[in-house]
Structure formats: structure tokens, C-alpha cells
Design a protein around this ligand. Structure first.
Ligand code: AKG
Length: 320
């Protein structure tokens, strides 16, 4: 039996298999309380429409405002550490991509296998060998996930086989889990909801995190407007989009949107949010160290993409 910590095992599994199941990550009581909080919304919500979401499923989002227990999952320390490891190299900080409750009603058919990061067309242009990840997904079962009720299907190793749109059904692993456990998988991992062949609904909560410079699946500023986000701990509000991504991305009135979390400011001016190396380049250009005589490789010869590349992998990754 492995003596590695759940964290170390999860990171190793994500690299090797593209997914990991962590048993007993939170208590079953916490998940039961969360499930109770979401019961009324499940009862009220209509069926999903569309060939992706799947007829026979019910989904709703904005979970942070529907149950106080959701933040325990969103800000689970082990999950944040894993998200930081997987996404940190490619961004200044990662953000919440989605919180969604999903129910497969009895008779729901299998979802189309997909990779979540295909939402962002740029993922297709990335050199596969760099292993760049755009998203980390966590599925928290509210009811036990079994082969019969549609446990999530994941294709081990599919994160390294991105040129293959689909893989053989028999290669899939059925992520059977009890409430309290979590299925963590990469945005590049092929997966799908299974088919529910039982008489009972299968319910789960999806919480995903993406690179902080991407457009998230769920717009957090609408799900959690400032008057809602002000009630969040600051770290949670940051995850929910109230944080500028350097350089100058995702601002409000030219400033870090976290200003909306504080008491009203009159008419503040714009404030740059730049990476240190970008500040350095600008300083060098202003002082004439680069650019004036345009020697080879100087800023005068740098195009926008070269400047932008200063936000590149590993530059300033920070936790959350
Ligand atoms: O419900 C599941 O098991 C997976 C759902 C999923 O992958 C999705 O909705 O994108």
C-alpha cells in the first residue's frame, strides 16, 4: 500500500493518468448538509436542453450563494494546492471557472465524451509536448456514484492523447465514489457522465478552476455581484473574479476589481497591474537602455507577442 500523502498521490495520478480519485476528502455529513441545501433548487429547476448537457439532466450554477457549505469545497486546501500545481505555471493566478450542481435523472443517457478545455479554442494551438493545462475539474458526488447510476467515465492517459478525439469505450474507467470523495481531473482528460439505469437520481457538484486570464464558463461577477461577494472571505472573492490578472486583465474602471469589495471609492483613477518583468522592460525603454538604437533583440524589435510572452510559464505563479 502506498505511503504517499493523498496530495502527493493525487498529483502523481494527475500527471500519469489525467485523473485522481481522493477518498474521504471531506465528511459525508458535510456533503449531506450541502445536498439538503440544494434539494429545493433541484426540485424547482427544469431539465437541461441541448445535445451536450443532455436531456434527462438537471443543472444549476452559482452554488456559492445557494449553500454556505460550498465554500468548504471551493476553498479546500488540498484542491487549491493541486490547482496551483497544475495551473500555476501558466498564469499569474487561477480563478473559479464554474460551480454547478448536476442531476442525472433515471433513464438519462450517457453524455458525449469531451475534454473541458476544448471550450477555449486556443487550447488547440498549444504545443502538446508542453503539457499546458487550462482547467482542473473536481466532481463531488452528492449521492453514491455507481456504474449503474451514471458515475463519471474518465479515460486514463487521454490527456496525453489529445490528437485522438474519442477513445474506445472499453478504455474508460468508471469513477465509482461515495459522498465525501472527489474525482479530480484535468481539462485535457476525456470524460463523460455515464448513463443512469437506476430508478433514483444521481447527483453531484462540479467545481472547476481555470487559468485566471481565460473567460470562465460561468461569469462570476453576475453570479456573485459585489454586494454578494462582499460577504465572502477575501480569498474566495479573489477566486470568484474580484482580482486583476496581470497585466491589466479583468479590471473595473481600469483598476483591480477588488476595489468593489471595499466601501465606495469616489472616482479613482486607473492603476496598472503589471508583472515585474514588464515594469522592467518599460523602465529600460524609458531610460533608453533598450529601443533607442534598436540593437538586435531590443524592445524596439520586440513585437506584441514577445512582450506578452513575459507572462509566460512560471513567471509569477501565486497560490489562488
Ligand atoms: O456528471 C458528470 O459525471 C460529468 C459531467 C460533465 O462532464 C459535464 O457536464 O461537462
Amino acid at each position: 500500500m502506498s505511503t504517499a500523502s493523498p496530495y502527493a498521490r493525487c498529483v502523481a495520478d494527475l500527471h500519469e493518468q489525467g485523473y485522481a480519485i481522493i477518498n474521504d476528502l471531506v465528511t459525508a455529513d458535510l456533503i449531506a448538509a450541502l445536498g439538503t441545501d440544494l434539494d429545493a433548487q433541484f426540485a424547482a429547476i427544469g431539465y437541461s436542453e441541448g445535445s451536450f448537457s443532455g436531456a434527462g439532466t438537471r443543472r444549476f450554477a452559482g452554488l456559492l450563494k445557494r449553500s454556505p457549505h460550498v465554500s468548504d469545497l471551493v476553498e479546500h486546501d488540498l484542491i487549491l494546492r493541486i490547482a496551483h500545481d497544475m495551473l500555476g505555471p501558466w498564469c499569474d493566478h487561477f480563478s473559479l471557472n464554474l460551480t454547478q450542481a448536476v442531476e442525472l435523472t433515471p433513464g438519462a443517457s450517457q453524455q458525449v465524451p469531451h475534454r473541458d478545455q476544448d471550450m477555449w479554442p486556443c487550447s488547440g494551438f498549444v504545443d502538446r509536448k508542453r503539457g499546458m493545462e487550462f482547467l482542473i475539474n473536481v466532481m463531488w458526488p452528492l449521492s453514491a456514484f455507481t456504474q449503474d447510476n451514471g458515475a463519471t467515465l474518465v479515460w486514463p492517459g487521454s490527456h496525453r492523447r489529445q490528437d485522438e478525439l474519442l477513445l474506445a469505450p472499453e478504455e474508460a474507467v468508471i469513477a465509482e465514489m461515495a459522498p465525501g470523495s472527489a474525482l479530480v481531473f484535468l481539462g485535457s482528460t476525456l470524460h463523460a457522465a455515464g448513463a443512469n439505469r437506476t430508478a433514483l437520481p444521481r447527483r453531484g457538484v462540479i467545481i472547476s478552476y481555470c487559468l485566471g486570464w481565460l473567460k470562465p464558463y460561468e461569469l462570476p461577477w453576475l453570479a456573485y455581484p459585489p454586494e454578494v461577494a462582499r460577504q465572502f472571505p477575501r480569498s474566495l472573492a479573489h477566486l470568484a473574479g474580484y482580482r486583476v490578472h496581470r497585466p491589466n486583465l479583468g479590471t473595473y474602471e481600469g483598476r483591480c476589481p477588488s476595489l468593489l469589495l471595499d466601501s465606495t471609492l469616489d472616482t479613482p483613477g486607473a492603476v496598472d497591474a503589471l508583472l515585474p518583468e514588464q515594469e522592467e522592460l518599460i523602465r529600460a525603454w524609458r531610460s533608453g537602455t533598450i529601443g533607442s538604437e534598436a540593437p538586435e533583440g531590443s524592445a524596439a524589435n520586440l513585437d506584441q507577442s514577445t512582450l506578452s510572452a513575459t507572462v509566460a510559464p512560471g513567471s509569477q505563479a501565486s497560490h489562488g
